[in-house]
Design a binder for this molecule. Structure first.
Ligand SMILES: Cc1cc2nc3c(=O)[nH]c(=O)nc-3n(C[C@H](O)[C@H](O)[C@H](O)COP(=O)(O)OP(=O)(O)OC[C@H]3O[C@@H](n4cnc5c(N)ncnc54)[C@H](O)[C@@H]3O)c2cc1C
Length: 221
């Protein structure tokens, strides 16, 4: 996929590569620049490769910069990226992007690794007056859930489609939204995840009376 050919890439040192579940990694690298919570970087194994984009998944004041990604077995970047070790070099662009989620009150909605920018925002202490809804297929895919719960309390809600637990609501996040009687229509809604999730959620929100302009999406195509 031709995602980001024009950005100049800079060599950075890998600090750690943490396997969070079977196919999801949290990789930290040296931080060569400042960024705004919610921004993305382009990432490549070699400076001549066509990079892929990743939301920054760490706070602005952290020593290192981290990304969260799932491995696409047939993908070009994520299989080699999943086996990098501390001390290896990868290539990243300067941060860019406008998914800064500055307005509140807001509802943040994420599926799977789409939680990444919201982790950055929470770690950057930019999560006032927000409600975070996170959907995942299995219980092990609520990345950083303990931290998010600690920081957001009841304003962090988990929706799990295939497993049950006392901390999660069973079923799809979209079903919850559809069945909600009083979704705040003046909130900003920030959506992050797959294109299908964004399409489905946007349709539901608009049907519930949320203005199109109040729905801002970062799509992981
Ligand atoms: C703004 C933005 C932010 C993003 N942030 C994140 C993030 O934080 N975390 C994250 O995990 N992802 C994120 N993504 C997605 C990410 O950029 C990559 O697309 C993803 O990680 C896959 O990269 P890859 O090189 O491994 O796969 P690719 O090589 O790009 O392949 C993508 C998919 O296409 C399939 N495929 C490849 N070649 C073929 C072919 N010839 N025929 C059929 N199928 C094929 C692969 O099986 C794979 O499933 C983001 C995307 C965008 C646009």
């Amino acid at each position: 996929m031709n995602q980001h050919k024009t950005k100049e890439l800079k060599a950075v040192n890998v600090i750690s590569n943490e396997l969070l579940t079977d196919d999801v990694h949290y990789i930290s690298v040296d931080k060569p620049f400042d960024f705004k919570a919610g921004q993305v970087i382009a990432v490549a194994m070699q400076p001549t490769d066509e990079p892929r984009l990743y939301s920054i998944a760490s706070g602005i004041s952290k020593k290192h910069l981290s990304i969260l990604f799932d491995v696409k077995p047939e993908g070009e970047l994520t299989p080699p990226l999943s086996v990098v070790k501390p001390g290896d070099t990868i290539y990243i662009s300067e941060p860019f992007g406008k998914f800064l989620c500055l307005d509140s009150p807001a509802t943040w909605i994420a599926t799977g690794t789409g939680i990444a920018p919201f982790i950055s925002l929470v770690e950057s202490k930019q999560a006032n007056n927000v409600n975070l809804l996170h959907g995942a297929r299995t219980l092990d895919k609520f990345f950083f859930q303990d931290y998010l719960e600690e920081q957001l309390g009841n304003n962090y809600q988990r929706f799990c489609t295939t497993e049950a637990s006392e901390k999660t609501t069973e079923g799809r996040l979209t079903s919850y939204l559809k069945n909600s009687e009083n979704l705040p229509t003046n909130n900003k809604y920030y959506l992050c995840g797959s294109s299908q999730m964004v399409i489905d959620v946007r349709e539901i929100l608009i049907a519930k009376g949320v203005a199109f302009d109040n729905i801002i999406a970062e799509i992981y195509f």
